[in-house]
Design a protein around this ligand. Structure first.
Ligand code: GLN
Length: 249
């Protein structure tokens, strides 16, 4: 009898352990991994500023982070459709997006810049707005760079816009002469220039933006929890340490 009880207890304890492991809730993050240093592949591993901040947030929330790498323009629809809990991809806060998702407090700043080939006739951002120049501006699909280029250049009849799913594909198109420049965020731009010879970033900036985490509009509880975690991670210097690790100062 004693033996049976011991066996039974052991089985119950084991079952308890398994249940506990299964109980750790997941925080599913949608991102797009050609956005170095925020999210990119280092071998098989997805690393970067957003990844480390999301990991620190998940830990504070007692959750396990799961990362899904998808096209940038699928992130917001996926968060809206509750396929993913958060969208974190160096994502700029805009009024249009605010109508679709909640944004956490901002955790970083981004600047839109222009990449050209070293011998490019484009020497400043103003050249893109010059009548008759008709440049082809490369962008990543669904990004603010795409929106600015569409509104300011294509819709104004000053040039055209070509969009790519990956920033790395836009870089190849620029090197192959298919496009005249790329409008994108400064840190990935620096990574592209570093990883490819013959490219440079124009000194003039296009726009300054705030990055934040996108969350489903109905999930105000998660937004509040993430903001509380971000506040703690900011106060104790974790966010700054993570950003400095990848960007330096
Ligand atoms: N910051 C830009 C945006 O939110 C680009 C982000 C990205 O390409 N990952 O549109």
């Amino acid at each position: 009898m004693k033996k049976i009880i011991v066996v039974l207890l052991t089985v119950l304890m084991l079952a308890g352990c398994v249940a506990k492991v299964e109980e750790t809730p997941k925080l599913v993050m949608a991102t797009e991994c050609t956005f170095q240093p925020y999210e990119y592949y280092d071998g098989d591993e997805i690393v970067g500023i957003d990844v480390e901040i999301a990991e620190a947030i998940a830990e504070k929330l007692g959750m396990e982070l799961e990362i899904v790498d998808i096209a940038f323009d699928s992130i917001i629809p996926g968060v809206m459709g509750e396929k993913y809990d958060i969208g974190m991809a160096g994502m700029t806060v805009t009024d249009e997006r605010k109508e679709q998702v909640n944004f956490s407090d901002s955790y970083a700043t981004g600047v839109q810049v222009v990449i050209v080939t070293e011998d490019s006739p484009i020497t400043s951002v103003d050249d893109l707005f010059e009548e008759g120049n008709n440049y082809v501006v490369g962008t990543q699909a669904g990004t603010t760079g795409f929106l600015y280029a569409t509104w300011d250049i294509e819709d104004a009849g000053l040039g055209t816009v070509d969009s790519y799913q990956k920033t790395t594909d836009a870089a190849s198109a620029l090197l192959n002469g298919k496009i005249d420049c790329i409008l994108l965020d400064n840190e990935p731009a620096k990574a592209i220039v570093k990883n490819n010879t013959g490219l440079k970033i124009l000194e003039t900036e296009y726009a300054v933006e705030d990055y934040a985490i996108a969350i489903n509009k109905a999930n105000t509880e998660l937004t509040e929890k993430i903001n509380a975690a971000l506040a703690e991670l900011t106060a104790d210097g974790t966010i700054e340490t993570i950003i400095n690790k990848y960007i330096g100062d």
